[in-house]
Design a protein around this ligand. Structure first.
Ligand SMILES: Nc1ncnc2c1ncn2[C@@H]1O[C@H](COP(=O)(O)OP(=O)(O)OP(=O)(O)O)[C@@H](O)[C@H]1O
Ligand SMILES: [Mg+2]
Length: 468
């Protein structure tokens, strides 16, 4: 992985040496002693991050920061100041620094703050890399994940796409079952043949048979002409049976025959129709339970799940949330012709903490809504995230009537308030407690009590991206 380049700006050679020693294991470093040189370096080299002293000769640090941002708005600035002054810190954040640290500092504290920006940068690079990969593999679909469990799914999809075996895709609603089914089709030899999706739950049972198998002229009142069904349409291609568990029992028998003998009769006909189709099926309920209760044929179940693919819910692959959020942001910005600068680290952390009962679909819908509501050129911050995502337990408030409502309301307010201030202070707790006018320990205690302590953007783990 490319190492980030850090520019150290300090007039004290001792401080420059110390910073270089602390950083050299993980980062490339360049050092200068004043603001003018710093601006020159930023203009001539791809600097990722600047560690900026404020009291500098010739030009003060704040002025130099303005010029540096003008030269490269993407560069991250961490102010390393000798004065512990909340107002100066807030000023630094207002003019574009992402954080503030006071000299003398603990090595760990400094590394944490540098890593926080470097992680964000590396996520940005991952997204760019992934977009590039997607562009190169346009036919590969747009399924995004960097979690090991989904990478295994991708490998399975690639392998199974080359075969004609039936695949049963299971997973909660919104986990991407249909997307996976389409990828299997797209990656395989049937890619130029039809992909016919049938939602078994959405078609009334009495119409289902003619929908799937077609009917002969005169099969029933109103059947004025022969009509072919989905299985005939899909000849040579793929039929995707969504919510397959809802298929009535008598049609399950007919489907079994299609799978075994590749033949069926249209409704009201006795001519055998032969087809070459691949069947992919999906369900968001546990079919084994349905088999036990006699609602689903056991032989069909085994026939469908020759290759089972299980999609984990989004809450079990939280590392994907930042990546998916950025991806949907870009997609919906394009769709709405809008420019949104990005999603702040703290807002991403909030999204990562929510359990997403509606999975990826729910996340996509939220991002779409945020894009629609966002001002052009703005950044999405914690303020924009709806209360039910910030504090899911506050949802119950809407229904009222519970004894502990007041406690819940207070908790929801406290949580939101503290997250807002922490965001303003870039998750610098000392600074946040100064702004709130409470003792730092009180803030730390509250953060723990409200479950905000692990929301800090730098606490998130990272793994490599994969996408198909
Ligand atoms: N890994 C992913 N990368 C990008 N987009 C995804 C991913 N997973 C799901 N989506 C998007 O989320 C939405 C829901 O996906 P899909 O329709 O495939 O889910 P599903 O499991 O079939 O849901 P349901 O059970 O409700 O039918 C779609 O818009 C899809 O494009
Ligand atoms: Mg679906």
């Amino acid at each position: 992985m490319k190492r980030s380049i850090v520019l150290i700006v300090d007039d004290d050679p001792g401080v420059r040496d110390t910073l270089e020693t602390i950083l050299k294991d993980c980062y490339e470093t360049v050092s200068v002693s004043n603001g003018l040189e710093a601006i020159e370096v930023v203009k001539s080299m791809p600097i990722d991050l600047v560690l900026m002293d404020i009291n500098l000769p010739h030009m003060d640090g704040f002025k130099a920061m303005g010029e540096i941002k003008k030269a490269d708005n993407d560069v991250g600035i961490l102010v390393v100041s000798a004065t512990d002054n909340a107002q100066k810190a807030v000023h630094a954040l207002n003019i574009g620094a992402y954080d503030y640290i006071v000299k003398p500092f603990e090595t760990e504290d400094l590394l944490l703050k540098v890593r926080r920006y470097a992680d964000k940068l590396s996520l940005k690079r991952d997204v760019l890399f992934l977009k590039e990969e997607l562009r190169k593999n346009l036919g590969y679909g747009e399924i995004i994940s960097r979690t090991p469990v989904m990478r295994k799914v991708f490998e399975l999809v690639k392998k199974v796409s080359a075969t004609a075996s039936s695949v049963l895709i299971t997973g909660e609603s919104g986990t991407g079952k249909e997307l996976i089914a389409r990828a299997i089709q797209r990656l395989g030899p049937r890619k130029d043949r039809p992909f016919i999706a049938v939602n078994c739950g959405a078609v009334p049972a009495e119409l289902m048979e003619s929908e799937l198998f077609g009917y002969e002229k005169g099969a029933f009142t109103g059947a004025h002409a022969t009509r072919i069904g989905k299985f005939e349409y899909a000849d040579g291609g793929t039929v995707f049976l969504d919510e397959v568990s809802t298929l009535p029992l008598h049609l399950q028998a007919k489907l079994l025959r299609v799978l075994q003998e590749k033949s069926f009769e249209r409704v009201g006909g006795n001519r055998e129709i032969n087809v070459d189709i691949r069947v992919l099926a999906a369900t968001n309920i546990n079919i084994e339970e349905a088999v036990k209760r006699g609602r689903f044929r056991e032989d069909l179940y085994y026939r469908l799940k020759v290759v089972p693919i299980e999609l984990p819910p989004l809450r079990d692959r939280k590392e994907d949330i930042p990546l998916l959020a950025e991806y949907f942001l870009e997609r919906h910005c394009k769709k709405c012709n809008k420019t949104v600068k990005g999603i702040s680290g703290a807002a991403i952390s909030l999204l990562s903490q929510y359990p997403w009962p509606g999975n990826v679909r729910e996340l996509e819908n939220l991002i779409e809504r945020l894009v629609v509501l966002a001002k052009d050129g703005s950044e999405i911050t914690c303020d924009d995230i709806p209360l039910e995502v910030v504090c899911p337990e506050a949802e119950t408030l809407k229904f009222g009537g519970e004894v502990e409502d007041f406690r819940k309301a207070t908790r929801a307010f406290e949580r939101r308030f503290i997250i807002n201030i922490l965001t303003k202070a870039n998750w610098n707790r000392t600074l946040a407690s100064d702004i709130m006018k409470v003792h730092r320990n009180t803030l730390l205690h509250k953060m723990k009590e409200l479950g905000i302590d692990n929301l800090h953007p730098s606490r998130r783990g990272r793994t490599r991206i994969a996408g198909i």
